[in-house]
Design a protein around this ligand. Sequence first.
Ligand code: URA
Length: 433
Amino acid sequence: MRMYDLITKKKQGGTLSETEIREMIAGFTEGTVPDYQMAAMAMAIYFQGMTREETAWLTDAMAHSGDTVDLSMFGKWTADKHSTGGVGDKTTLIVAPIVAACGLKVAKMSGRGLGHTGGTVDKLESIEGYRSSLSQEEFLAQVERVGLAVIGQTGNLTPADKKLYALRDVTATVDSIPLIVSSIMSKKLAAGSQTIVLDVKAGSGAFMRDGKSAGVLAREMVAIGKACGRKMAAFVTNMDVPLGKNIGNSLEVIEAIGVLKGEIHGDLRTLCLHLAAAMISLGLEMDFETALQQATACLEEGRAFEKFTAWIEAQGGNVEWVRNPSQFPGAAHIMPVRAERDGYIALMNTEQIGLCAGLLGAGRVRKEDAVDFAAGIVLRKKTGDYVQAGDVLAELHTNIATILPEAEKCFQTAVLIQNAQPEALPLIMERID
Ligand code: URA
C-alpha cells in the first residue's frame, strides 16, 4: 500500500477497500504513515465523503487499533450511552443507575470536559474521594458486584482515533460526518457494550447546530454500530437551551441527586427516562413503552437512588455528601443576574452560557487545566419563561470574585428577552431505532 495512491484515490472520489483502510490505520497507529499524509487523507474524506461500508471499516479498524474492553463475562446484558456533548448534560449520573437497577450491566468510560461542555468524570470527581481510575480487575469486579462503574478513559484505547482527532482539530476537518461517526463509534465499540444508546444534541450549545444534521449523524452512527454487531438506538435532543437548571460540576451532581431522589421533575428527568428506556428495551429485549414504565418505577421507588449510592460508595466517594448534598463545598461568591426588561426569554445562546460557566471556573481550555468543582451557574429562568425587569435569571457561582463583571456581561448577552412568546421546541426531536 502506498499512502500517496490512497490519498489520490479518495481525492478523486474513489472508494477505498477494506484492506486499504485497515492497512492505512495500522500504519498510522504505528507511525509508518506520517501525520501529513493522514491529514491530507482526512481532507480528502472531508470533501469526498465515504460510503457506509468504508465508514464501518474505518470505525472497526480504529476500534481495534489498541486495547479493547472485554465484557463477554456479562453476556449480552451490557449497555452504554453516549452524548455528543452539551451544556448541563448530567444524564449519565441518572441514566446509569436507573439502567443498572433494572438489571443491565453498565461498564462505562467517560471523558473529562474540554471547551464549553462538561465531562462526566469531572462531575463525579467533585464528590469527595471518588476514584475515576480503577484497574481493569477492579472495574470489572465492581460491574459484576454493583452493576455499574464509571471510570475515565484508560489504557491504550483507540490510539488511532486519539492521533487522528488531534490532526483533525488543527486541519479544519472535525466536521465531517464519516470522521465523526468513526471517531465516536470506534471508542464505543472498543468499550465493549452490546447495547449502545446515543444522545445526539442539536442547537446552539451543541456540536451539530440543527436537528436535520444531528439526525443525519445519529442515523449514520446507528447504522455503523449495527453493522459492527451492536444493538443501537439514538435520540436527537434539544441543546438550544441548557439541560436542567444547574451547570458546573458539583452543581450538576446535586441536581442529578435531586432527580434520583424524586425531588426534581422537568426536561432532565424526562430525557433520562427516555435514554434509560431505550437501553432497557434493547438490552433486556422488551418494547419501549414497557421499558419506560420500568425505568419510571425504578426511579419513583428509590431503587435508582440506592444504586447510585452503592456505585459512589464502591468507587470511594463520600456517600454522606450524596445523602445530604448541602455538604458539597459551595463557591465563595454567588451573584444574581437580573432581567433588564420585561418579556419572554426568546433565546439562550447555550454555547455562550457554557463559556460563561467556564469563565467562572467550571471548565477548562487546555487538557491540563484544573476545574473548580464549586463554580457554575444555576438557572432560575429558561427559554419560554416570562420575566419582569429585576427578576433573577440565574446565579453565578465562583471562587474568583474579579471575574464576576465579565461573567455577568457574558450571561446577559447570551439571553434574548422579547415581547413575543417564542415557539416551544420539543426536548426530544427524533428517536431512531
Ligand atoms: N467527538 C468525538 O469523539 N469525535 C469527533 O469526531 C467529534 C466529537
